[in-house]
Design a protein around this ligand. Structure first.
Ligand code: HEM
Length: 73
């Protein structure tokens, strides 16, 4: 199954049922990929099940990514 190819460090993350669209895209998440993805998740991963419209303002995306960096240290 495609899902097994995902590299996740946590067991919970591995159990999450990602869409094939998400898995096949094979993204390595970084500041740059998140910045592009969060503007419009459905455009970056066509067929994603993430029901989130995205964040249009570049400054708000940058702030969120800075927050995530701090919070996941
Ligand atoms: C600022 C808020 C959010 C951020 C930063 C965010 C970030 C992400 C990222 C990075 C992924 C890809 C994960 C991966 O494949 O490793 C993802 C997937 C997903 N997110 Fe979000 N997300 C947000 C909001 C939401 C909201 C509000 C929902 C639901 C109401 C949601 C539901 C999902 C789902 C279901 C997936 C899996 C999509 C798929 O497999 O195609 N997310 N999110």
């Amino acid at each position: 199954m495609l899902r097994r190819e995902r590299r996740c460090s946590s067991k919970n993350a591995r159990r999450f049922s990602y869409s094939d669209a998400n898995v096949s895209k094979g993204i390595t998440w970084s500041k740059d990929t998140l910045f592009e993805y969060l503007e419009n998740p459905k455009k970056y991963i066509p067929g994603t099940k993430m029901v989130f419209a995205g964040i249009k303002k570049p400054q708000e995306r940058a702030d969120l990514i800075a927050y995530l960096e701090q919070a996941t240290k």
